[in-house]
Design a binder for this molecule. Structure first.
Ligand code: SAH
Length: 347
């Protein structure tokens, strides 16, 4: 498979064009047009021979939205088709301040978290940086936004895949997304959700990009975490919390811990106390999430009263607790569900 033209950073594009004997200003023009949602083939004011030359090496931005599901709460779920016909999902959430787009970083996932539908078939492949960027560009275009008037205001790397398992492409994506000739996102408007690959959290802390981290914790002790998240066999909760503290030290970004409440697994009062002790003294938020029940496993969400006791116990320790607004419940909101249904041809 060819490299997507969107994977080229502005600097790389400029170098490439200089080698091809093109004036430097072309890089600005092409980068701008591509990030504005145009395909290279459709950019009209550059020589045809140049387009042909580039398309011998790179594939055009052929990422397409093939299905949109609209929820009654304004959330929209996209099914994107990639150059090689693989499918990935994206979720667009509408807020007062604009739109947040949830993007995927891999086709499938190899983390095999018990509650998640994305990992059921394992990892198919990593996404290229340009394919992650392409999801944002295509969604912006869908919303009739352009480079100057961005409609997608925030990006969360929280779709299918484990972003820190595709580290280099994710870093390259950050370069693409924050470049001033393109959509020019502020780092504080980009978040990354990870199941906790400790060495790469540290690497990200040192990368120079000050993005927000959401950490999928989902358990208050190692035993439970290992039961539901195989990644926990490699890194203990204490190592994970230290890596988060380090991330905060380096970037000043407050950590958001994600915690899915699963009945009879992780939501007792004892768990809440354990969790409170774990994050004691940290500048963080605990975001409680209702389990989206997936038909492929037998995990169940817990009752409202259990949720309430859990949240109140944490608050009693002075912890910032939020509950994730459950968006898109009527449109296969849980990770990987839309793609699976589509593949199973049930929609
Ligand atoms: N691999 C990354 C990002 C993808 S998952 C990570 O683990 O964070 C994005 C978020 O959705 C994670 O917090 C994940 O734990 C959560 N999630 C996965 N399956 C879910 C389900 N069935 N119900 C609720 N949240 C789920």
């Amino acid at each position: 498979m060819k490299e997507n033209i969107l994977s080229l950073s502005y600097e790389e594009l400029k170098e490439k064009l200089v080698i091809l004997g093109q004036p430097k200003y072309r890089a600005e023009q092409i980068y701008y047009d591509l990030h504005n949602g145009k395909k290279l083939a459709d950019i009209s004011n550059i020589p045809q021979s140049l387009k042909e030359n580039l398309l011998q090496t790179y594939s055009d931005n052929n990422i397409e939205i093939v299905k949109v599901q609209k929820s009654s709460d304004g959330t929209q779920k996209f099914l994107y088709k990639l150059e090689d016909n693989n499918l990935i999902e994206g979720v667009l959430m509408s807020y007062k301040f604009g739109y947040t787009l949830c993007v995927s970083s891999q086709v499938g996932c190899r983390m095999s978290c018990k509650f998640c539908a994305s990992g059921l078939d394992g990892l198919v492949r990593n996404l290229q940086a340009g394919e992650i960027m392409g999801q944002v560009i295509v969604a912006n275009k869908y919303l009739e936004g352009n480079v100057k008037d961005r409609k997608v205001t925030n990006i969360v790397l929280m779709g299918s895949g484990e972003p820190l398992d595709n580290y280099d492409n994710v870093i390259k994506f950050l370069e693409l997304a924050t470049n001033k000739y393109g959509l020019y996102y502020a780092e504080r408007n980009i978040s990354l959700s990870t199941c906790g690959i400790v060495p790469n959290i540290k690497k990200l802390a040192e990368s120079g990009y000050k993005i927000n981290i959401c950490l999928s914790l989902h358990a208050s002790n190692n035993i439970t975490r290992k039961e539901i998240m195989p990644v926990a066999k490699g890194y203990s909760i204490n190592e994970l919390i230290s890596a988060c503290r380090y991330y905060f030290e380096k970037t000043g970004r407050r950590i958001l811990f994600e915690y899915i409440l699963i009945d009879n697994v992780n939501c007792s009062k004892t768990n809440a106390i354990e969790l409170a002790k774990l994050v004691k003294g940290m500048n963080c938020i605990i975001n409680l999430i209702n389990l989206n029940e997936v038909k492929e496993n037998n995990l169940k969400r817990c009752s409202e009263s259990t949720q309430k006791i859990f949240a109140e116990t944490l608050k009693g320790f002075g912890i910032n607790v939020t509950t994730r607004r459950s968006l898109g419940n009527d449109i296969d909101g849980a990770c990987g569900q839309l793609r699976r249904r589509f593949i199973e041809k049930k929609i």
